[in-house]
Design a protein around this ligand. Structure first.
Ligand SMILES: [Zn+2]
Length: 111
């Protein structure tokens, strides 16, 4: 785990975005990545157990945050379930997803 200070790098485009938490974990040779703190949202998830036809509801923590690599900003979100890999979306994809979910839940909301 390496913590690199963007001020030590020659490229001024590596300046931290305002939401960067200042932790720049990167493997040697990997591009500098800026990360926000994760925002934790308590949720309930439907879980279907292997071999069972019924589902249960499970409490889950959903964490969402921002990451910037090569001047591209991404939205990542994931749960605290073991083995779950986060979903990483472009900013525009995340906005479209939010609009569509809002419209599905509240059809009066604009798409
Ligand atoms: Zn940063």
């Amino acid at each position: 785990m390496a913590h690199r200070n963007p001020a030590d790098l020659p490229d001024s485009s590596t300046a931290c975005p305002v939401w960067c938490n200042g932790e720049h974990e990167a493997m040697e040779g990997a591009p500098l990545a800026h990360h926000s703190d994760g925002i934790v949202v308590a949720g309930v998830e439907r879980v279907i157990r292997d071999g069972q036809s019924t589902h249960t509801a499970a409490v889950v923590e959903i964490t969402v945050g921002l990451e910037q690599v090569h001047d591209e900003t991404w939205v990542w979100l994931g749960t605290d379930r073991p083995g779950y890999r986060p979903t990483i979306l472009s900013i525009e994809s995340a906005k479209r997803l939010l609009r569509q979910v809002s419209h599905l839940i509240e059809p009066t909301e604009p798409r």
